[in-house]
Unconditional design. Structure first.
Length: 156
């Protein structure tokens, strides 16, 4: 399996009284992430499925990835919390993207690569992408790419 871990794009700060879950992407975040998607397209990325957190900024980021999608999107609450086996059990497809949040996305990346739950993590920039390959099990995947968004935008 090819597994793309994607941190949501730049979002607006929460307005007074607005729940964190409702924060939308900023216009800058949308524009920059559209360029990230173009960079991924130039790399030949095609996705069978996109899983995303229920938080609005992850939903909107997943929507921007749709031009790379040949299958469907699915919301999962497991991308809005610390990584667990339940998330891995949901995954279907050969080329899959997971759109989520820090610090959990960085912990998931470390867990899949090194097998150690929550001991270390990778720091994803907003709109950053990692590509892992292998069986989606702790310690069973290999890191093929870890890109800051500006690198992918340069490929656009």
């Amino acid at each position: 399996m090819e597994l793309y871990l994607v941190r949501h794009a730049i979002a607006l700060e929460a307005a007074p009284g607005q729940p964190d879950e409702a924060r939308p992407l900023s216009e800058e975040g949308r524009a920059k992430f559209k360029e990230v998607v173009k960079g991924l397209k130039r790399l030949g990325v095609r996705l069978d499925r996109i899983y995303h957190s229920p938080k609005r900024r992850a939903v909107e980021t997943a929507e921007l990835l749709v031009p790379l999608l040949e299958g469907e999107t699915r919301v999962t609450p497991h991308l809005a919390e610390a990584p667990r086996e339940a998330l891995l059990a949901e995954l279907e497809g050969q080329s899959v993207a997971l759109v989520g949040h820090e610090p959990w996305l960085g912990e998931l990346c470390a867990w899949l690569l090194m097998g150690e739950p929550h001991s270390e993590r990778f720091a994803f920039k907003k709109g950053g992408v990692a590509l892992l390959e292998g069986e989606p099990r702790p310690g069973q995947m290999r890191l093929l790419g870890f890109w800051a968004p500006r690198v992918l935008r340069r490929l656009a």
